[in-house]
Design a protein around this ligand. Structure first.
Ligand SMILES: Nc1ncnc2c1ncn2[C@@H]1O[C@H](COP(=O)(O)OP(=O)(O)O)[C@@H](O)[C@H]1O
Ligand SMILES: [Mg+2]
Length: 298
């Protein structure tokens, strides 16, 4: 079997783990980059795609896009094209695009009655009256497509928010979109990450932020440990993956006492911390799922 993995830049831990597991089961795993493709929409099928300037002789059996929130318009077009040519694509372009947009994906989950933190699209200049009416401080401010905890800020009071507004407005990038979000205080510095593959939760980890931080991301220095899945968390994670049609999903869940909230869904979850915390072999789980999809057995 031949798998292509679509990458932004050669990832380190994740891609090495995929390669390691592929080797064990004689799967050919090749990494490709979106910019190396030329695609032409035509009804002639296979001759309508080039890689590195050459017509592709043999398409892969499977494409695994791993660009996550960094998936460009161009990459989405390439993914869609391979889907149209009959390649099994995990995840699909439409789902990646939805997951990439934190507001659109939360709107979609909320529409289907899943609990989410109250979320508002920022408008410039900020309407302080509405913000004050709808939220109490501190509030969370996020970029629409951030990842690794890098585009998430905690704003403790109204005057800080006014400063943030001035800063954003004065920068050239004021067209960038932001969301305001209710701060789930019981979750401060902690969240649960569940990985769902083919509709099945394969495990979960509790992430705890390093001292002084409220972001629990492993890549931001968060501590990870195994989390014994309970029915509520398992159900929320599975529903989130199903509603966004993600075959492979990393679902972040916040909590406050007994209440759980879906924070975001990720289409290309990293799994260094996850494997460490849970002992689950993530690439093998993905390859097993592909076998079931392709051949009906592992
Ligand atoms: N509404 C919130 N309330 C409390 N903590 C939050 C909230 N939103 C995000 N966080 C914290 O910030 C982290 C990063 O936020 P997230 O939306 O998952 O962005 P990223 O895509 O960068 O991972 C979360 O894992 C969580 O620890
Ligand atoms: Mg996250």
């Amino acid at each position: 079997m031949k798998i292509w993995m679509l990458l932004k830049n050669p990832e380190n831990y994740n891609i090495n783990r995929f390669k390691e597991e592929a080797k064990k089961q004689e799967t050919i795993l090749e990494t490709v980059s979106a910019e190396d493709f030329d695609i032409i929409a035509t009804k002639e099928g296979r001759k309508s795609i080039y890689l590195g300037g050459k017509e592709i002789e043999e398409l892969p059996d499977v494409l695994i896009p791993r660009m996550g929130s960094g998936t460009t318009y161009f990459a989405l077009a390439v993914i869609r094209h391979l889907e149209n040519l009959g390649v099994l694509v995990l995840n699909k372009a439409e789902s990646i695009e939805l997951a990439k947009d934190k507001l659109a994906s939360l709107q979609h989950l909320a529409k289907h009655n899943l609990p989410i933190p109250k979320t508002m699209l920022a408008k410039f200049p900020f309407n302080m009256e509405i913000i004050k009416k709808e939220f109490s401080f501190p509030i969370i401010i996020k970029t629409l497509s951030g990842s690794l905890g890098k585009g998430v800020f905690l704003c403790d009071k109204k005057s800080s928010l006014e400063n943030v507004m001035d800063l954003i407005e004065s920068s050239k990038d004021s067209a960038k979109n932001f969301i305001f979000q209710e701060f789930i205080s019981g979750s401060k510095g902690r969240d649960i990450r569940v990985i769902v593959i083919g509709g099945r939760p394969i495990g979960a980890m509790l992430r705890e932020a390093k001292k002084g931080s409220f972001r629990a991301n492993f890549s931001a220095g968060g501590k990870v440990s195994n989390f014994e899945l309970n029915p509520a968390v398992a159900w929320l994670a599975v529903e989130s993956a199903k509603l966004t049609s993600l075959d492979i999903a990393g679902v972040d869940i916040l909590f406050d006492g007994e209440n759980y909230y879906v924070c975001e869904v990720n289409s290309a979850p990293g799994f260094e911390g996850f494997e460490k915390a849970t002992g689950v072999n993530v690439p093998k789980m993905i390859f097993d799922y592909i076998d079931v999809r392709k051949f009906g057995s592992e």
